[in-house]
Design a protein around this ligand. Sequence first.
Ligand code: NDP
Length: 288
Amino acid sequence: MRLIDGNAIAQQVLAEVKARAANLAPIVPHVAFVRVGEDPASVSYVAKKQKTAAEVGMKASLTVFPSDVSKAELFAHLDALNADASVHGILIQAPLPKHLPETEVFNRVSPAKDVDGFSTQSIGRLVQELPGAFAACTPAGVIELLRRSGVETAGKHAVVVGRSLIVGKPAAALLLAKGCDCTVTIAHSKTRDLAAVVRQADIVVAAIGRPRFITADMVKSGAVVIDVGINRVPDATKKAGYRIVGDVDFDAVSPKCEAITPVPGGVGPMTVAMLMMNTLTACERARG
Ligand code: NDP
């Protein structure tokens, strides 16, 4: 079994981003974060992304709105960011309050600045395999992990468990696209005999949101397993009272695998790294 080290691969990506960003001087790539409300996970995700941006020589601004902000006020801010030539990427941290429909909000971002890749334009361009589409950062990170750890994908059967807009669907589109060339199955909560479906996979991408859901009997020997899951499970030995585990039962599954990502230290760091890469790309394109 080979461990796919997401921390090390993310550091490689970030070093490349830093070098390319320095080449753009005096232009500084700038990602503008927008947060609505004080959801603790959102606060910590945005802070982490801002810290990483600073480390690679990028500017990261943040605007925080109260959770009762009107759609009109939020849209006016997004319009101003779209029009501001010094802003290259815009990221609206989900989840949003119920009165702000996510698709409508994501679609307000100019496609050239949609570094999160969640707008209808970006997803359409991704599926059409048009150049220049920004892929959502987590699935883009999954592909980068496979590529940089030398996993052969062409002709392999990839089973993606999960069909969310954020992870499952774009991951499947990227695995299917020319260059990756996988045969792709997407499974979800209505899939019949999920274990039998996952057992066919040469590559398993688990994006379910259930701790240790993928068990050893569901994975064939020699498979490559990418675990996107981030789940809190109670752990009295930890100061916080919990620890983070993935969607894969790592201890039982890993001995059967050709390669596997750990949680934490797998896909998580790649999500942040790919956001920096997308912002850099947006800046390079804006510069021409
Ligand atoms: P969602 O809840 O949006 O989607 C979960 C998917 O899993 C759904 O498609 C659902 O099916 C499917 N599912 C749920 N239960 C089952 C089941 N019993 N059998 C088969 N499929 C099932 O989650 P996300 O895609 O947003 O996130 C998935 C995981 O990835 C979470 O743990 C999340 O924390 C993590 N994550 C990690 C990131 C990172 O940076 N590493 C970034 C984003 C997410 P259905 O559609 O039928 O309901």
